[in-house]
Design a protein around this ligand. Structure first.
Ligand SMILES: [Zn+2]
Length: 237
């Protein structure tokens, strides 16, 4: 029975390593996905900004065009002034000139505002583009590191899995089945030590009679509280 206890301890140790390697792999893959998502999100944002810039440019251009037209209008009105014969007509055209100039002023203000909007959008896009570029190069570097680490973990896992296959073969089938069942339920720790009357898995006290029987028989048994397999460490008397 002592050999069997040691064998189970070895399997358990191996399972802990397998469990932690799998966990590491999952964490790394999650990190990689997050990095890719961040770059994608920034890329999408840049696309939206580019659309808004194009729209702002169109608006600025049409405002500029309207301004040019209005300036032509002022010039045309003023050109008519020297040919005017009557005072009444003169005043009417002057009034027209004033109105056209007022519109020029409004359009100049509007143009300024549109140029302001455009330059803010362009500055924002430039900043995001730089962020995207630096994030992109950092993240592709990290993704390469992750790929290497995952490859190493896969190789280790492959080796550990075959090592485990060899060990588990040597454990009697009913015990093996119990072990595997608890392992799948309790995520990585199916075998624990019973030390000083306490289960080291759930840290509950074992009934004294139960623990004394364990000390005497040195058998593998189940914790009455958490159902994990219990053993007495081979080195203690
Ligand atoms: Zn327990």
């Amino acid at each position: 029975m002592k050999d069997m206890v040691q064998l189970l301890i070895d399997v358990q140790e191996l399972d802990q390593r397998i469990f932690s390697a799998r966990h590491k792999k999952t964490t790394l893959l999650k990190e990689r996905d997050q990095l890719l998502q961040q770059t994608d999100a920034l890329q999408e944002l840049l696309g939206q900004l580019d659309d808004r810039i194009a729209e702002a440019q169109t608006q600025r251009d049409s405002c500029q065009e309207a301004l040019q037209q209005q300036l032509g209008q002022v010039e045309q009105c003023e050109g008519r002034l020297p040919e005017i014969k009557t005072q009444k007509e003169y005043l009417a055209v002057l009034k027209e000139v004033d109105a056209a100039k007022k519109q020029v002023k409004d359009l100049e203000d509007a143009l300024l505002a549109k140029e302001q909007v455009l330059s803010e959008l362009q500055a924002d896009a430039e900043e995001k583009r730089q962020q995207h570029d630096s994030l992109g190069s950092d993240s592709s570097q990290r993704c390469n590191e992750i790929a290497t680490l995952v490859e190493e973990l896969d190789a280790a896992l492959h080796q550990q899995d075959s090592q485990r296959g060899e060990l588990i073969e040597k454990i009697a089938v009913p015990l093996r089945k119990r072990y595997e069942l608890i392992l799948s339920r309790l995520n990585g720790q199916a075998l624990v030590e019973a030390r000083e009357g306490t289960c080291q898995g759930c840290h509950m006290r074992l009934p004294p009679q139960f623990f004394n029987a364990m000390l005497k028989n040195r058998d593998i048994t189940s914790c009455p509280h958490c159902n994990r397999l219990l053993y007495i460490a081979p080195e203690t008397h």
